[in-house]
Design a binder for this molecule. Structure first.
Ligand code: ATP
Ligand code: MG
Length: 433
């Protein structure tokens, strides 16, 4: 078959045979968000380009190189969201959510669009889950946020995922730090990559985030931000560490974490997993006290994180964390003849009303083909209905994994007997919905 249209490079389809995994992690995340007091926010997939210029930051790779920006027929410049925070912050201001009482805690699931080189763990359309906290300055809120991410990874049974934290201070302490960084990197001008030479002029801290091995090596010996923190920022960072220790969340301080977005201040953190290649950061976040002001609001201390869902699923796959597939039907009813089909239809309806997946033939196959289909869709049990079974009001219930058969009443006792058989057959220890 010559396919007329194919999916766009850097995008992926999530097929019916995989979507249960997505539903599972989304369920865990929204449940954890809920117990931590977060409510869902949904914002549009496109926004005015200006929002991301301001909210993500003019000097970032995302704005400089990665945005999907287009002009509308009316001549307006719009951009597909490259991340979830800017839209949430805009909505907060636009709807005056501050009046609802601070802090505001919101979570989101979004698709994000970035024009990047597709590779394992890096797509052009990808998915994020994120938490946002607006109107909280205390270090307790940093610790609580990190704790929420940690709870999600624990519930998903992830192993070997490490938390690295850092503080990049406030604009005040960064002034001196920038000076020191500039001096240091000026001495390595002939070896830095082209992009880092521009960064050296605009924002030398970005060099610490460069992925080029040469720049990384130079950056390893650069002055450390932690030596430049003012007293307030130092105290804030000390407290974050104290609270994480009290909550028994293991972490290491990594002074080279600076995060890619302009609006970060103070705490920044990443959860990094081994075993999925170079793109190993599953979750990135931190505090962004300057963001709301940058978007035209009054200063509002804020923080948040985003988890990349594709990368998270890659880690779960790599660690053989099994998510049980909820897709196998409890019962497939094979029916032959008019009366049996009508009976199958009504039995399936009763089972479905009880919350069980039940299927029967809707395409007019013969018995053999129906049984083959039941096997293909992995039905736990099958039942064959013909004129005899209808007349006797009983049929053979077959357990498809053991091939055991037993009589089951088609009358009032059917549901009770079927439930008993179903419970007896349940032995799956995997994570499930
Ligand atoms: P990276 O350094 O990997 O480019 P980033 O700093 O650009 O990450 P954020 O903007 O903080 O990432 O996004 C948060 C998370 O979203 C990342 O930790 C990652 O899990 C995921 N993510 C970011 N970009 C992509 C992408 N192109 N494809 C898939 N997942 C991504
Ligand atoms: Mg990036």
């Amino acid at each position: 078959m010559a396919l007329l249209v194919k999916k766009i490079k850097g995008t992926e389809d999530i097929l019916p045979r995989q979507s249960y995994k997505w539903q599972f992690i989304e369920k865990v995340m929204s449940e954890e968000a809920k117990v931590y007091g977060f409510k869902e926010i949904r914002t549009p997939v496109f926004e005015q380009t200006e929002l991301f210029r301001r909210g993500v930051g003019e000097g970032t790779d995302v704005v400089q190189k990665e945005m999907y920006t287009f002009e509308t027929k009316g001549g307006e410049s719009l951009t597909l969201r490259p991340e979830g925070t800017a839209g949430a912050a805009r909505a907060l201001l636009e709807h005056n959510l501050i009046n609802d009482g601070l802090p505001i805690k919101a979570y989101y699931f979004t698709t994000c669009y970035r024009y990047e080189k597709p590779q394992a763990g890096r797509q052009r359309e990808f998915h994020q889950f994120g938490l946002e906290v607006y109107g909280a300055q205390d270090a307790l809120s940093d610790a609580e946020l990190i704790c929420a991410a940690n709870s999600i990874f624990e519930r998903l049974q992830l192993r070997n995922i490490r938390l690295e934290i850092n503080s990049i201070g406030c604009p005040e302490c960064r002034k001196n730090y920038h000076k020191a960084l500039k001096e240091y990197f000026e001495g390595h001008k002939d070896t830095l990559c082209g992009t880092c030479l521009t960064r050296l002029e605009k924002n030398p801290m970005r060099i610490l985030d460069c992925k080029s091995p040469v720049c990384k090596e130079i950056a390893a010996n650069a002055p450390k931000i932690l030596d430049f923190l003012c007293d307030d920022c130092k105290e804030h960072f000390d407290k974050v560490q104290k609270y994480l220790t009290a909550a028994e969340i293991p972490f290491t301080v990594n002074p080279s974490i600076v995060r890619g977005l302009d609006y970060y201040t103070n705490t920044v953190f990443e959860f990094i997993a081994d075993g999925i290649g170079a793109q190993s950061t599953v979750c990135g976040g931190g505090r962004y006290n300057g963001l709301i002001e940058e978007l035209g609001g009054n200063p509002l201390p804020s923080l948040g994180f985003a988890i990349g869902l594709e990368r998270l699923l890659m880690v779960m796959d790599a660690q053989n964390i099994e998510i049980s597939s909820p897709e196998s039907p409890a019962l497939y009813i094979a029916a032959l003849g008019d009366a049996a089909q009508v009976k199958a239809f009504s039995m399936a309806k009763t089972l479905r009303e009880a919350g069980l997946e039940a299927q029967f033939d809707i395409v007019g196959r013969g018995l053999k083909a129906q049984m083959k289909y039941a096997d293909k869709i992995g039905s736990k049990f099958t039942l064959v209905l013909g004129d005899n079974e209808i007349a006797e009001n009983k049929a053979k219930l077959k357990n498809m994994s053991t091939s055991e058969q037993k009589d089951i009443s088609l009358g009032e006792d059917f549901m009770q007997e079927f439930f008993a058989a179903l419970i007896e057959s349940e032995t799956n220890p995997a994570l499930s919905l």
